[in-house]
Design a protein around this ligand. Structure first.
Ligand code: AMP
Length: 186
């Protein structure tokens, strides 16, 4: 089973992805985490993308897709993947479709976490992870980038009939049980 956990910054994708992986024996693939690891390890890729993450802009599709393709070569991902923060553009969604086709698999569900904007800003400001892109100005910019560049990805999966929208507010456990209902219905 392969899932996309989708939603704006602060929707709780990372937290929920971890719970889903534990419960269903899947492997978490967060492009944001991968980029942050490259940055802290000062790899050539990390050096290339640091200023992009700091500015809250999107990393170019070709770089993201190459990194994801390489990551998916790891045998662990054969168990099934929970994508978090990816795909973030329609071009990435198309690229993912091609990669999945090559290995005879597909995305079983695209789960959208709906959270009102004011709640997102509050969550991101109080997240306290010390992320350089969690300042008020950059948060607003990331939400704008999400609206403009990332929301069309939902339309892409709608055309494939795999979209499930759930309410992303309430406790972590409440949101998780809504996600479980979706997965258990697949
Ligand atoms: P996240 O941890 O998912 O909020 O991602 C943090 C930052 O990493 C984003 O603001 C982007 O700069 C970059 N990033 C992560 N995933 C992607 C992606 N799929 N496409 C483009 N940029 C990404």
């Amino acid at each position: 089973m392969n899932l996309v956990l989708f939603g704006p910054p602060g929707a709780g994708k990372g937290t929920q992805a971890q719970s889903v992986c534990v419960e269903y024996g899947l492997v978490h693939l967060s492009t944001g985490n991968l980029f942050r690891a490259h940055i802290s390890n000062e790899t050539p890729l990390g050096k290339e993308v640091k200023s992009i993450l700091d500015a809250g802009e999107l990393v170019p599709d070709s770089i993201v897709l190459n990194m994801v393709k390489e990551e998916l070569q790891k045998p662990a991902f054969q168990k099934g993947v929970v994508f978090d923060g990816f795909p973030r553009t329609v071009a990435q969604a198309e690229g993912l479709q091609d990669v999945m086709k090559e290995v005879n698999t597909s995305i079983d569900a695209f789960i959208m976490l709906d959270v009102p904007n004011d709640v997102l800003v509050q969550r991101l400001l109080s997240r306290g992870e010390g992320r350089s892109d969690d300042t008020e100005k950059k948060i607003q910019h990331r939400l704008d980038v999400y609206q403009k560049e990332t929301t069309p990805v939902k339309g892409y999966y709608e055309s494939k009939g795999t979209v499930y929208s759930i309410l992303g507010i309430g406790t972590i456990e409440e949101v998780f049980s809504r996600i479980q209902s979706v997965i258990d219905s697949l």
